[in-house]
Design a protein. Structure first.
Length: 414
């Protein structure tokens, strides 16, 4: 095998992943907003129209001219109504008001809205209907101005942002029917090892059910990516070579689990080097040190370790970052800072991603409690945790209350 970086630090691995992701940047495509949910914008989105398009009421009530009453309140003649929907083109004269509903366009001449519950409708002796408005109303009250949310031509979303539900709502409100996004990656996932059997199959002595493949499928589904789950790779270098070469022709990223360490049955590193190139192998982290990054032609290859907690950690810390870069995502993933709820001592030199339980105390301070189950095969313990926290390289002694970086895994409570 040719020379390549090995036993590198976290930051160097991230830099190499980013360089690889930029080289393998996915092509841009045009998609409907709904189809583009969780996709990454390839270009800025500019508002084609004002949002809102017209001055409208923020409340059910009565539209009026503030100059007619000032802040003293008083009586105005009710001359009609304007509900949300088609603009009836009403025009208010001096001393007049109009019944209006939320979202309805303000009539010409009106600049304020009095809330319905604060007003009283009365019939006058002259046969006219009047509205008593309270004192203290401010000019412009409950008026939504045209373009106050966005004006035509404003950049409302930037390239590199991922489309979520609220952003999809903006695209819909602006009437957009297509957006330019990075194409969704084609991802193939392989488990690895002669001992692996899918759920539902009986287990012979020494065999285990595959958890890594289903877990990765779920983690990628959370990113809106449907994968091709291509089963388990046997501990046979010829079979591995054939199946990786075939998958590389039809996918943008191959993720494997297992076979990347230095054992007699670990053939992944040699095989990827024969088919393409190794970007790096082994990172000074725990768990997940044997992480492999490579490429076969225009297909990136991420070889994750075989232990399930190592798969979870290396995917969240490195794999997701590679995929983000391939899609041109510029928004960082959430990282928090929390105080340790107890002291800990790390005796090894590698950066460690420990599992923990994140909560908020009564003073509003984030706290992280380390999980005592640290081995990388303890998937049940990892699933019970709701966060990872980072302990830097080198032997470390951290006191209760020390601040650490936290990667949330799911919601958390008090």
């Amino acid at each position: 095998m040719s020379n390549f970086p090995t036993r590198i630090g976290h930051d160097e691995a991230i830099d190499l992943l980013e360089a690889t992701g930029r080289e393998l940047r996915l092509p841009d495509v045009s998609m409907t907003p709904t189809g583009a949910l969780v996709a990454v914008l390839a270009a800025d989105v500019c508002a084609p129209i004002d949002q809102p398009r017209f001055d409208n009421s923020a409340m059910d009530g009565f539209a009026y001219r503030h100059a007619d009453l000032g802040e003293e309140g008083g009586r105005l003649r009710l001359v009609g109504e304007q509900f949300a929907g088609r603009d009836l083109g009403a025009v208010l004269g001096q001393g007049e008001c109009l019944r209006i509903t939320t979202g309805a366009p303000l009539p010409q001449g009106a600049d304020s809205v009095a809330i319905k519950e604060d007003c009283q409708v009365v019939d006058g002796e002259d046969g006219q209907t009047w509205v008593e408005l309270p004192a203290g109303l401010k000019a412009g009250a409950h008026r939504r101005r045209a373009g106050e949310d966005a004006k035509a031509g404003d950049v409302v979303m930037s390239a590199g942002q991922a489309i979520d539900g609220s952003r999809l709502g903006v695209l819909a409100a602006l009437g957009l029917t297509s957006v330019n996004v990075a194409s969704k990656p084609r991802v193939a996932v392989f488990s690895s090892g002669d001992e692996i059997r899918p759920a539902g199959e009986p287990l012979a002595p020494g065999e285990i059910h595959d958890s890594n493949g289903p877990m990765l499928s779920a983690l990628l589904a959370e990113e809106g990516i449907a994968i091709a789950s291509l089963g388990s790779l046997p501990d046979d270098p010829d079979a591995i070579r054939s199946r990786l070469a075939k998958a590389a022709k039809d996918h943008d990223l191959i993720i494997t689990c297992g076979g990347v360490s230095a054992g007699e049955k670990d053939h992944m590193t040699t095989t990827v080097a024969e088919l393409g190139e190794i970007v790096f192998w082994k990172v000074r982290i725990k768990p997940g040190m044997p992480l492999l990054c490579g490429r076969i032609g225009d297909c990136a290859v991420l070889g994750l370790p075989g232990n399930p907690v190592s798969v979870l950690v290396t995917w969240l810390v490195f794999g997701r970052h590679l995929l983000d870069t391939m899609q041109g995502r510029r928004e960082p993933r959430p990282r928090l800072r929390a105080r340790l709820s107890q002291a800990l001592h790390k005796r090894h030199s590698r950066m460690e991603f420990q599992r923990g339980h994140l909560s908020v105390d009564a003073q509003g301070t984030l706290r992280i409690a380390p999980d005592p189950a640290t081995p990388s095969n303890r998937l049940c313990a990892a699933a019970a945790a709701n966060a990872l926290f980072v302990v830097d390289e080198g032997e470390q002694t951290l006191a209760e209350g020390d601040v650490v970086e936290v990667i949330p895994l799911r919601g958390f409570g008090a």
